[in-house]
Design a binder for this molecule. Structure first.
Ligand code: OSB
Ligand code: MG
Length: 374
C-alpha cells in the first residue's frame, strides 16, 4: 500500500439537544475527519478530540497541529512509506511511537489507513479486530438536567426506544437523588450505571458509598484522571464496581490499574488509548484478568460509530456500551444512520468500516477542508 495523501476535514453538526456533563455543556459536535488516500482505496478516520480541554488535554487544534507538523511528515518519509507498504496500518503505532501523547490523532490516522487497507482487501473492520457478534446491545449516556422530572422523562423516552442500559452523568449535587428517582421509577431490572467524569475526590468516599443502595452496574471515573491509587482506595470503601475511563490511556496504564485493583471494569475508547489496535490489546488483557470491558463513546458520527460497533462485537465486551443510535445525538448523521433494532445495533459487515459519508451531507456540515499530499 502506498499512502498518497490525507484529507483533513472539519465538520460541525448540531446536537439534538444540549449534552451536559460534570465538565460542561455541548450543543454541537465539531469533528476532525481524516480521509486516507492510497494507491487502491480511500479510508476514513474520525478524531474524537473536542474543542476544549475539559475531558482530555487533546483538543481539535492540538491534534490537527501534530498531524500536520509531525505525524504526516513521518509517514511520508522513506522509512514511513516502506513500513506502511510492508505492514499497512499495523506500522502506524511503531512509526509514531517516538512522539509522546496525542493518542486521539494517532488513533484517527491509524483508523483511516486501516479502513483504506481493509476496503482494498474486501475485509470488514469487525472481522479484522476479532468480532464475534452480528449485533451489539445498545446503551445510552444521559446528561445532567435541571430537575428530576425532566430526567425521568428523558430516561423514559430512551427506554421506550429500546435502549438496554442507562448511564446517568453525575456530579456533586446531582447524584444520589437522581439515581434513586430513576431506580424507583423504572424498577430493579433496569441496567443502570453512573459516570462522574472525575468530579469527586477521595474525601467524597462515604458520600459515593450511598450509591451502593441502588444496585448499579458500575461507577465510572469518580476521581481525577491521574488518581489511580485513589480509585484503588475508593474501591475498598464502595461496593459498587469501579470502572475507569479517563485514567486508562494505554494497555500499559490498564495493566497498572488492574494490578493496583483500581478498577474491576474498563471503558475502552479507541481515541483515548491511541487506536483500535491498542483497544484490542486492552480487551485481551482485561479478558485474561477476568475484567469486563465495554465500548465508550465520544459523540461520534457514523464513521466513528461504525468502528465502535466493530470493536464492541469482540467477545470480552460483556457489558452494553455507549454505542447508541445516530439519533441519540444527531438529527442528521453524515453516514446512513445507525438505528436501534430491539435494543441492539447491527455491526456493519461491508469492506472496511462498511459505511461512508454521504457526499451532500458531508459538504453541508463541512467548515474547512485541506488535502495534504505525501
Ligand atoms: O465520559 O463517557 C464519557 C461524551 C464525551 C466525553 C466523555 C464521555 C461522553 C459520554 C457520551 O458519556 C458517550 C456517547 O458518545 O454516547
Ligand atoms: Mg466516561
Amino acid at each position: 500500500m502506498k499512502l498518497r495523501g490525507i484529507e483533513l476535514r472539519r465538520i460541525g453538526i448540531p446536537l439534538v439537544g444540549p449534552f451536559r456533563t460534570s465538565f460542561g455543556t455541548q450543543n454541537d459536535r465539531d469533528v476532525l475527519l481524516l480521509k486516507a488516500v492510497t494507491d487502491d482505496a480511500e479510508g476514513w478516520g474520525e478524531c474524537v478530540a473536542m474543542a476544549e480541554p475539559s475531558y482530555s488535554p487533546e483538543v481539535l487544534a492540538s491534534e490537527t497541529a501534530v498531524l500536520k507538523d509531525w505525524f504526516l511528515p513521518t509517514l511520508a518519509g522513506e522509512r514511513g512509506q516502506a513500513a506502511l507498504g510492508a505492514h499497512g496500518a499495523h506500522a502506524v503505532t511503531q512509526l509514531l511511537h517516538p512522539f509522546k501523547g496525542h493518542r486521539m490523532a494517532k488513533a484517527a490516522l491509524e483508523m483511516a489507513i486501516l479502513d483504506a487497507e481493509l476496503r482494498a482487501e474486501g475485509r470488514s473492520f469487525g472481522r479484522e479486530l476479532g468480532g464475534v457478534r452480528e449485533t451489539v446491545p445498545s446503551g445510552v449516556s444521559v446528561g445532567i438536567f435541571d430537575t428530576i422530572p425532566q430526567l425521568l422523562d428523558v430516561v423514559g423516552g430512551y427506554l421506550a426506544e429500546g435502549y438496554v442500559r442507562i448511564k446517568l452523568k453525575i456530579e456533586p449535587g446531582w447524584d444520589i437523588e437522581p439515581v434513586r428517582a430513576v431506580r424507583e421509577r423504572f424498577g430493579d431490572d433496569l441496567l443502570l450505571q453512573v459516570d462522574a467524569n472525575t468530579a469527586y475526590t477521595l474525601r467524597d468516599a462515604r458520600h459515593l458509598a450511598k450509591l451502593d443502595d441502588f444496585d448499579l452496574l458500575l461507577i465510572e471515573q469518580p476521581l481525577e484522571e491521574e488518581d489511580v491509587v485513589g480509585h484503588a482506595d475508593l474501591a475498598k470503601i464502595v461496593k459498587t464496581p469501579i470502572c475507569l475511563d479517563e485514567s486508562i490511556v494505554s494497555a500499559q496504564t490498564a495493566a497498572a490499574a488492574i494490578r493496583l485493583e483500581a478498577c474491576s471494569i474498563i471503558n475502552i475508547k479507541p481515541g483515548r488509548v491511541g487506536g483500535y489496535l491498542e483497544s484490542v490489546k486492552i480487551h485481551d488483557l482485561a479478558q485474561a484478568h477476568g475484567l469486563a470491558v465495554w465500548c465508550g463513546g465520544m459523540l461520534e458520527t457514523g464513521i466513528g460509530r461504525a468502528a465502535n460497533m466493530a470493536l464492541a462485537s469482540l467477545p470480552g465486551f460483556t457489558l452494553p456500551g455507549d454505542v447508541s443510535a445516530s439519533s441519540r445525538f444527531f438529527h442528521t448523521d453524515i453516514t446512513e444512520p445507525f438505528v436501534l433494532e430491539d435494543g441492539h445495533i447491527r455491526v456493519p459487515t461491508g469492506p472496511g468500516l462498511g459505511v461512508t459519508p454521504i457526499p451532500e451531507i458531508l459538504e453541508e456540515f463541512t467548515t474547512s477542508v485541506e488535502f495534504i499530499e505525501l
